[in-house]
Design a protein. Structure first.
Length: 403
């Protein structure tokens, strides 16, 4: 079902009545559905008012009229106070009791064309507005009122209503609650699906799709060991002095432009962006889904990143330092409220150190990367470099693919 259809301005305004900033999405949806339900019933109610007035039935006419008289001010009150629970209780009570009161005033099920069917909507709607457990009492109330109506039916005096009008109102009393229930359930499901897709996109911005699927299945600790993966760190050279001389909005715009371009490259090369740390960008290949060409894919992205910085408008002064290593890693999800998918191990540490000890505008790689790619890519040997925590370590600069 497509759910991207825009809501009309009127529905948007009504749905916003009584909205509270910071409410959970479920609470916002309950509020808006109840307001739309109340508004829709208010639109339909004048049909009963006018008909009973024309038939000379003042008491039955006063019941739907009374609903309008008290409901419209209650909507205004709710819009001003945003107190959902009193408004919900008041509206569900009116919607449940008044159809039965109207049926009794008209003389029973047949004479009223079973107008008590309108009481079924609040009994069912309470599932949306109150929740499954709280709705039980409302449905029990509906059944109790039906039992009372059946018990007093023999003593009620039917009103003198023409057969044609009774038939028309039978149709109206079947159609009306059905229409209200259908339209509001459509609205509720569409909005819930819209929010679900929004939440899904946000989750996939934080976690890889395969990991997010496992998390949604209530799996415990998510941790995996990969015997082969390639890790890349990239850092903007001299970013701190550059940021000092720029307004804050320009700093954020610069990073957004650079990292958005890198995100596109990661997608193009089917790699997994792990995180950004300040002006540093981390991406990996072979996790969470293993692939044989993870090292080649990361190397291609590294070369593309250098080219991309030269193409981005206004970023001629931005240069990157890139470090790469390949080998075993441990990957997993940490955190309970704010999830983070991260990698650990010597491969990660080496890639980070190769970046921090690298050459501006170049891609510095480990001997493991060189051994894996030397037959297909050109390299420049740097010799031994002293990496923090590792000591003298052989390193190469990745230049590009062989002709």
């Amino acid at each position: 079902m497509r759910i991207h259809r825009e809501r009309s301005p009127l529905i948007q305004r009504l749905a916003a009545v009584g909205a509270v900033d910071g409410d959970a999405e479920d609470e916002r949806l309950r509020r808006s559905t109840l307001v739309l339900s109340t508004s829709l019933i208010c639109v339909l109610t004048p049909l009963w008012v006018v008909t009973y007035l024309a038939l000379g039935l003042p008491i039955p006419m006063s019941i739907p009229l009374g609903y309008l008289v008290v409901t419209i001010p209650s909507l205004v009150w709710f819009a001003r106070t945003r107190r959902y629970v009193p408004f919900r209780t008041f509206q569900l009570t009116l919607m449940l009791l008044l159809p039965f009161a109207l049926q009794w005033s008209l003389g029973g099920f047949v004479a009223s064309s079973a107008v008590s069917l309108w009481g079924l909507w609040p009994a069912l709607g309470a599932v949306l507005f109150v929740g499954a457990r709280g709705a039980v009492a409302w449905f029990a109330g509906y059944l109790a009122l039906l039992a009372i109506s059946a018990a007093i039916e023999p003593v009620l005096e039917p009103a003198a209503i023409p057969d044609a009008v009774q038939t028309a109102f039978f149709v109206a009393n079947l159609t009306g609650p059905s229409l209200v229930a259908y339209l509001l359930l459509q609205y509720f499901v569409r909005e819930r699906d819209r929010e679900h897709q929004r939440s899904e996109r946000l989750l996939l911005n934080v976690l890889p799709a395969a990991v997010a699927a496992r998390l949604k299945q209530h799996e415990g600790v998510i941790a995996d060991r990969f015997s082969e993966a390639t890790v890349l760190f990239a850092d903007i050279v001299d970013f701190t002095p550059l940021a000092v001389g720029l307004p804050p909005e320009d700093v954020v715009k610069l990073l957004d432009e650079v990292f958005t371009a890198f995100d596109r490259l990661a997608d193009d090369h089917r790699l997994e962006k792990i995180k950004t740390i300040g002006d540093a960008y981390m991406v990996a290949g072979g996790v969470p889904t293993p692939r044989d060409d993870h090292c080649e894919a990361v190397a291609e992205m590294a070369l593309a990143m250098l080219q991309e910085c030269g193409r981005l408008t206004g970023l001629n002064t931005v240069r990157l330092r890139i470090g790469m290593d390949t080998g075993p890693v441990v990957a997993g999800v940490i955190g309970q409220r704010k999830f983070s998918y991260d990698l650990w191990g010597d491969t990660v540490n080496t890639a980070s150190r190769l970046e921090s000890h690298g050459v501006p505008g170049s891609i510095q790689v480990s001997s493991r990367v060189y051994d894996r790619l030397s037959d297909r890519y050109r390299f420049e040997q740097r010799g031994l470099i002293d990496l923090k925590g590792k000591g003298p370590t052989p390193a190469w600069l990745l230049l590009g693919p062989r002709a």
